[in-house]
Design a protein around this ligand. Structure first.
Ligand SMILES: C[S@@+](CC[C@H](N)C(=O)[O-])C[C@H]1O[C@@H](n2cnc3c(N)ncnc32)[C@H](O)[C@@H]1O
Length: 240
């Protein structure tokens, strides 16, 4: 599906260019003239820039099942590990596939990402989201995370309730220098994970909560916006 982003001051739209026209409350747009890099006007006179969508534009339109790892936490994984093009990654507990796709995009085009998701409906959501985002380097396996077979990995991420049971296997499946990252919504889970990690030769072990707060202005007065609060704890470690 060739998708473009119509970027407007009022609103933006992710649009399938297989259609000839696109209609919204801002009027009709002739999509035959919507070429990347151009500006285009709707029938009601609103102007839109035609741009290539980013992974975040796609993710906003993806189907959601279980609670996702938000972009602020997913971005922190990139900031700590440096994951980039060419890395071989494994994501255990794919859920809605948000972290899967965010990281799959970061390692494209030469890297790959496999995710294990034990629930059939959730793995179908992930498969649908992978197709929608057009990432052919990302695969979902509808299997229990404990059954993963991938080895010599650059990065393993895990977001399942009993993650501590898989730490040893994850450690063995990383290559030297590879990173492990566990996302735990609750501190009790994080403590169990950290206890298992401490039995192994992980270095750079670190747990963090990533708190992000936007600010807003109203009638000349500015203050923090109280949006998303606690999401989860991220625990990192690197194999020696
Ligand atoms: C909170 S969601 C993960 C969300 C995901 N990180 C995202 O960003 O969309 C946890 C998922 O792990 C799956 N899960 C739990 N235990 C599992 C296991 N042992 N093997 C595979 N998947 C598992 C659940 O079915 C659920 O879909």
């Amino acid at each position: 599906m060739p998708l473009i982003l119509l970027l407007g001051k009022q609103r933006s739209f992710l649009v399938d260019t297989n259609q000839k026209t696109f209609s919204s409350q801002y009027g009709k747009i002739d999509l035959t003239k919507a070429k990347i890099g151009r500006k285009i006007k709707s029938s009601l006179g609103y102007e839109f820039s035609v741009v290539q969508p980013t992974i975040l534009d796609f993710l906003r339109k993806c189907k959601r099942g279980p609670q996702i790892i938000t972009p602020k936490d997913a971005a922190q994984i990139i900031a700590v590990t440096g994951v980039s093009n060419g890395w071989r990654c494994l994501d255990l507990g794919g859920g809605s596939g948000f972290l899967t796709l965010f990281l799959g995009n970061a390692v494209a085009p030469n890297g790959s990402l496999v995710t294990y998701e034990k629930s059939k409906p959730n793995s179908q959501i992930i498969a649908r989201n992978i197709k929608f985002c057009g990432l052919d380097n990302v695969k979902v396996k509808n299997k229990d995370a404990a059954k993963f077979t991938e080895k010599t990995l650059d990065l393993i991420t895990i977001d399942i309730p009993d993650a501590e049971k898989l730490i040893k296997k994850c450690y063995r499946s990383l290559k030297a220098g590879g990173w492990f990252c566990c996302y735990s919504p609750h501190i009790e889970q994080q403590i169990k994970v950290r206890k298992e990690m401490d039995k192994l030769d992980f270095i750079n072990v670190r747990t963090m909560e990533n708190i992000q707060r936007d600010w807003k202005s109203f009638k000349g007065y500015t203050h923090p916006r109280y949006g998303l609060g606690h999401t989860g704890f991220l625990t990192f470690g690197r194999k020696v």
